[in-house]
Write a protein that binds this ligand. Structure first.
Ligand code: TZP
Ligand code: MG
Length: 215
């Protein structure tokens, strides 16, 4: 599966906890039809699946992603990522360190790391991760322990500090933010609720894709 900077354009993230009245697999397929460029399975929180239920959902999501030739990332769970031979793993600052991932995971597995400050971004670049997540940009209802929003100026500061590392911006991003987020220096937007809670997830995804073209 090809993963590069362009893969970050419309990076959709989903777990079963992020849906209301629709099946997560249905939402993912709609988003894929809409043209998302990357996907991350993020099963988190009190209602999150675990064990074989989590594994089965991940496997089905991976299969869908690959039908649409979209890279499949796993959040946090390195064992799951390895068992599925996922295209990538995404970790936060408090998760398994990047150097440890490299010791255990196949060399081809891409690594994404969440950052909220210039210092964290510089360290991530030094570690040579494949991309950094930057945020939260705006307030978000989706992550209960999210840090304070860093706004568009936070993206600019990080972009200036790390030169060319691929950046995906996350946190409270809506359709109307795409152009300004890209202008601030991000290579793409990572979204959960703007697609997962949309009445028509395919149309929402498509709108993100259209707004991201020519950026
Ligand atoms: N990390 C920082 S903000 C966030 C994560 C996982 C949640 C993003 O969700 P939404 O619904 O796009 O604001
Ligand atoms: Mg984490």
């Amino acid at each position: 599966m090809v993963f590069n900077r362009e893969s970050l354009a419309v990076y959709f993230i989903l777990g079963s906890q992020n849906v209301k009245d629709k099946d997560p697999l249905f939402i993912l397929e709609e988003a894929l039809k809409g043209g998302i460029s990357c996907f991350q399975f993020r099963e988190k929180g009190f209602s999150a699946k675990s064990g074989s239920e989590k594994y089965d959902l991940a496997r089905q999501m991976q299969k869908l992603c690959h039908q649409y030739r979209v890279p499949f990332f796993v959040n946090d769970d390195l064992e799951l990522a390895i068992n599925l031979n996922a295209d990538g793993i995404h970790v936060g600052q408090d998760d398994i360190p990047v150097n440890q991932i490299r010791e255990i995971a196949p060399e081809t597995m891409k690594i994404g790391l969440s950052t909220t400050s210039v210092e964290e971004a510089i360290e991530a670049a030094r570690l040579g991760v494949d991309y950094i997540g930057v945020g939260p940009i705006f307030p978000t209802m989706t992550k209960s322990d999210a840090k304070a929003p860093i706004s568009l100026s936070g993206i600019q500061k990080i972009r200036n500090a790390v030169s060319d590392i691929p950046i995906v911006a996350i946190g409270g991003i809506e359709l109307t933010d795409v152009v300004s987020v890209r202008k601030a220096g991000a290579d793409g937007v990572a979204v959960i609720s703007a697609i997962s809670l949309a009445d028509e997830p395919q149309l929402a995804a498509q709108a993100f894709v259209n707004l991201s073209a020519n950026q």
